[in-house]
Design a protein around this ligand. Structure first.
Ligand SMILES: [Zn+2]
Length: 191
């Protein structure tokens, strides 16, 4: 019963994560009655074009480098390695870490055919070779990623640490409460 364009919008919205057809319909009808909201939303989405990845750490940025890599107050001798860019934000919100980050953009899953070559590790190993890095903290609890990253980093003269036990094996840091994450980070152990 809806006109084609409205139906299409509902379908597109329903494809978004966590939005079923019912919520999609509600949002589409809401936008139809609030043209100024629609305009704001469209221009905000268009602005996402500006977002790219940091040349140094692969996390989100609108410039060449992200605000963390650019900040002279950060401890550049310690790099925390995460799987996805949004995990940088989780650790930043916890305030536990004052070093810099590195984003792998993925995790190793042999059953899905994803191995070390699917991770962005080149810039990390380059940094270990060229910069004065004292510690690499692997902030992942994903078994295979951890195993292969430890194996890779053993080739370099750098201290490698893993999060302390307390985070269930395989669970991602976004599913852990802040206190547990802080404790796991503080109690990290060299491997
Ligand atoms: Zn960066």
């Amino acid at each position: 019963m809806y006109p084609k364009s409205l139906k299409e919008l509902i379908e597109k919205l329903a494809e978004l994560p966590s939005l079923g057809p019912k919520s999609a319909e509600r949002i589409a009808l809401y936008l139809l009655t609030k043209p100024y909201k629609l305009e704001q939303l469209v221009s905000t989405i268009k602005n996402l074009d500006k977002v790219g990845y940091c040349d140094k750490c692969n996390s989100f940025t609108e410039g060449k480098l992200c605000s963390i890599c650019e900040n002279p107050k950060r401890d550049r001798e310690r790099i925390c390695v995460v799987e996805e860019p949004h995990q940088v934000d989780i650790l930043e919100r916890s305030g536990i870490f004052k070093g810099v980050y590195y984003v792998l953009h993925g995790s190793i899953a042999p059953l899905e055919g994803k191995d070390l070559k699917d991770l962005k590790v080149e810039k990390l190993t380059k940094r270990i070779k060229e910069e004065n890095i004292k510690e690499i903290i692997l902030a992942t609890n994903q078994e295979f990623t951890l195993h292969y990253m430890i194996k890779l980093l053993k080739n370099f003269k750098v201290k490698v640490s893993c999060l302390a036990k307390g985070i269930p094996v395989g669970s991602r840091i976004e599913y852990v409460d802040e206190l547990t994450l802080k404790e796991a980070f503080k109690g990290r152990q060299e491997v």
